[in-house]
Write a protein that binds this ligand. Structure first.
Ligand code: SF4
Length: 269
């Protein structure tokens, strides 16, 4: 079996250039010359009605779907001439078009205590709340969030910029994890945080990261540059800072992204 694939340098370079854009960015051209659209399902959960709508869209406009490791679905193989219609159908069906840009991404969430025999906390309510508050907020680099219902960390808590896992009576909070060519395991920020306080921990981390990050710098690098303890003490100092500004900014960014026509977005870059 030969699985090798010669690199399309032109496409790779165009993709690298697109990655430099701030804020929202949709998926670009695929290797086969077609396009793809990434759609989001909050906490990775869909109902039967949504699945039927998705099936209709895939049958009509695309070659298929691919479930990503971030719990999104990428509708693949969309021909350029069908792209705008496919995008409109997706939005009309009630799905968001998800960003792969420099912003707060969708929250990755395990099944949690609603379903899992090991769960110590219910994950969907917290995942939904964090998404509603912060998804889309522009950041120096991509910012990934994960919610797991217990220390098994099935949602890869330790490999996200901000991750929590359930414990008895609350959540343990970690920061600075990532995948990529130089993976980093997240470090502990707080041992026990009650559910209602998780958003303010996240807001404080986002604020301190924004203040200190150098251009294109992922949180793990900011942490190693300024030191975990220094970062933590600034986060602690910001825990009572109101974060309505972030909620509003994220809401505005999502509205702008909704109005963006992805095909134009792709071609402009
Ligand atoms: S992290 Fe825990 S609660 Fe979540 S799916 Fe895994 S075992 Fe279940």
């Amino acid at each position: 079996m030969d699985t090798s694939a010669p690199l399309d340098k032109k496409l790779r370079d165009a993709t690298i250039n697109r990655k430099k854009r701030p804020g929202f960015r949709c998926l670009g051209k695929q290797r086969d010359g077609n396009y793809a659209i990434m759609i989001g399902a909050v906490t990775g959960t869909v109902n039967g009605d949504q699945l039927m709508k998705l099936a209709d869209i895939v049958i009509k406009y695309a070659a298929g779907g691919h479930f990503t490791t971030a719990q999104s679905m990428v509708i693949v193989g969309i021909k350029e001439e069908n792209f705008n219609d496919a995008q409109q159908a997706i939005v009309k069906a009630g799905f968001d078009i998800r960003s792969i840009g420099r912003d707060v991404r969708q929250v990755k969430c395990c099944a949690g205590a609603n379903l899992s025999p090991f769960g110590l906390q219910k994950t969907p309510p917290l995942g939904q709340e964090l998404e509603a508050m912060f998804r889309g907020l522009p950041m120096p680099m991509k910012f990934k969030i994960s919610v797991s219902g217990c220390p098994n960390c099935c949602a890869n808590t330790m490999l996200n910029d901000f991750g929590v896992h359930g414990v008895m009576n609350g959540w343990k909070v970690f920061i600075g994890g990532k995948m990529g060519t130089k993976p980093a395991i997240a470090q502990e920020l707080a041992k026990l945080v009650i559910t209602d306080d998780v958003p303010r921990y996240l807001a404080a981390v986002l604020r301190v990261y924004r203040e200190h990050a150098e251009p294109n710098e992922r949180l793990s690098k900011t942490l190693s540059r300024i030191g975990l303890e220094a970062f933590k003490s600034e986060v602690t100092a910001h825990l009572d800072t109101p974060f309505d500004d972030f909620i509003k900014e994220a809401e505005n960014a999502r509205e702008t992204a909704k109005k963006a026509t992805c095909i134009e977005h792709i071609k402009l870059q």
